[in-house]
Design a protein around this ligand. Structure first.
Ligand code: ADP
Length: 471
């Protein structure tokens, strides 16, 4: 019989999104062959009217001696059942996690309350498995472990180990967590408490979002201080590659585009539209695009160092993103200085689709990348990825030097060392490829036909649900 699964995430497209987790929380539940419900906070940015989100019940939660009002909401969207947790402290702030300068100071309480509410839902209803995503849900694993009344099994997925939810140890009492858990084997992390460790330590099964990242996080270079701890839990760790929703990311049906297309030649209209909108000149020059968060992880330092030299090449660059103030300033300076570099600051889903469609190449020089979705979106829209060979990028982007028309892999320009020099060499290689029109179009057409959907990985998750709930 299909397993009953509660899929918990702090962001879910189309309700609230800051990055790839929201895409995963949208697409994976639909690809599963299970009875799934998705649960997330009902932030103030979620459009209740548009998605017909209605109240289901209200109750109170006591946590660490305080009582918090909870309102549960729900809706069905595109055939999927969504449940929302509303409480003023969790949902009323303007942003999900904080401003561009700092995270909110009460995030331990905010997401602790989210976790306690999920546990209340598990107590009231019989779920076989709760699938917990990232640190914001980590405490659920500990609370379920501590409660003999709950039979639900826990799967914890690490989407990015760099964000761990570590807080002052004093938060433990406010969260109603017993002091016994404050050990190295439990949730203590350098005298602080860690939501991420709670998830890793107490879950029944542990996954991360690509096989290479699953290996990398066991090393000091990528382990963010948790490599030793992860080694202890290695037997339950598995790397499963993310996919993309092939209906949502499809240039054939994407309403954000000026013209739909299904091959390299069809991209022309999107490219000229974007160049015009962004004020860039030269439709015959390759257009390199970047879509993402302006943070060190995404290789911003490397890119900023390389950009003046890229600007001297026969190409255009369009960047869309938001993130840290310092990077924004440096990029603003560069785009003011060079007419071939265009910067759009902000988060814009529709524009991002137009940029993927317009781009001849997608730049992804990430220092580390748990999985990365942009490169798969780029395959679908016919932009050839230029990537640092790390994490999920190493698993999903094969070197064009090894191009094999028979293979089902996607191909791109891959470089091994995360330096501005290597990035520039990769960009030169991309420009050379672009000049060989026929070869370039062959690769684009091959990538566009690839299957980067969730089909295979959803089966791997279903197998874990089966295993833990039968075990
Ligand atoms: P992350 O590390 O940010 O989660 P991923 O590659 O896993 O990176 O996923 C990023 C997702 O967010 C993709 O769907 C990408 O198109 C989208 N995205 C990132 N920044 C922006 C932006 N500024 N505007 C629109 N979409 C964005």
């Amino acid at each position: 019989m299909a397993k009953k699964v509660l899929f918990a995430a702090s962001e879910v497209y189309p309700f609230a999104k800051t990055g790839g987790l929201a895409d995963v929380a949208y697409a994976l539940p639909r690809a599963l062959d299970c009875d799934v419900e998705v649960i997330m906070p009902l932030y103030s940015c979620v459009n209740r009217e548009k998605y017909l989100i209605t109240q289901e019940k209200t109750f109170e939660i006591s946590m660490g001696g305080n009582t918090y009002p909870i309102e549960m909401f729900g809706c069905t969207h595109e055939g999927m059942n969504y449940r929302f947790v509303y409480s003023p402290i969790l949902c009323d702030p303007e942003f999900l996690y904080g401003t561009s300068c700092a995270d909110y100071g009460n995030n331990a309480i905010r997401f602790g309350l989210f976790c306690h509410t999920i546990v209340t839902v598990l107590k009231d209803e019989n779920y076989d498995v709760v699938h917990l995503n990232d640190w914001q849900c980590g405490l659920v694993a500990l609370l379920v472990h501590d409660d003999p009344q709950i039979a639900t099994k826990t799967l914890f997925t690490i989407h990015n180990l760099a964000y761990q939810g570590t807080f002052n140890a004093s938060a433990m009492s406010e969260l109603g967590i017993h002091g016994d858990h404050f050990t190295m084997e439990g949730i203590e992390f350098y005298d602080q408490m860690s939501f991420m460790k709670a998830g890793i330590s107490y879950c029944d099964a542990l996954t991360t979002v690509s096989p290479t990242y699953a290996r990398e996080i066991l090393t000091p270079e990528f382990g963010c201080g948790l490599d030793g701890f992860l080694h202890q839990h290695r037997s339950k760790l598995q790397g499963i590659i993310n996919g993309i929703d092939s209906n949502h990311f499809s240039p054939v049906s994407d309403t954000a585009l000026v013209a739909s297309y299904h091959d390299a030649k069809g991209k022309k209209a999107s490219k000229s539209d974007a160049l015009k909108t962004l004020g860039l000149k030269g439709a015959t020059k390759p257009l390199f695009v970047f879509v993402g968060r302006f943070v060190a992880q995404k290789g911003m330092d490397m890119l900023i160092e390389a950009l003046p030299k890229i600007a001297a090449m026969e190409c255009n660059v369009a960047l869309l993103g938001e993130g840290e103030e310092g990077y924004h300033e440096a990029l603003s300076d560069l785009s003011a200085r060079y007419p071939t570099i265009h910067l759009t600051f902000g988060y814009d889903e529709a524009l991002s689709h137009r940029i993927y469609a317009a781009g001849d190449f997608l730049l992804m020089p990430s220092l580390f990348e748990p999985c990365g979705l942009n490169q798969m979106i780029a395959f679908a829209y016919g932009a050839v990825p230029v990537v640092h060979r790390v994490g999920g990028l190493a698993d999903t982007v094969k070197k064009i030097e090894n191009f094999d028309a028979e293979s089902t892999d996607g191909f791109g320009v891959v470089f091994n060392t995360p330096t501005a020099r290597s990035l520039l060499a990769a960009i030169k290689k991309a420009c050379t490829l672009y000049a060989e029109k026929k070869q370039y179009e062959t690769i684009v057409n091959h990538n566009m036909k690839g299957d980067f959907s969730w089909a295979k990985s959803a089966k791997a998750y279903s197998a874990i649900y089966e295993r833990v709930s039968n075990g």
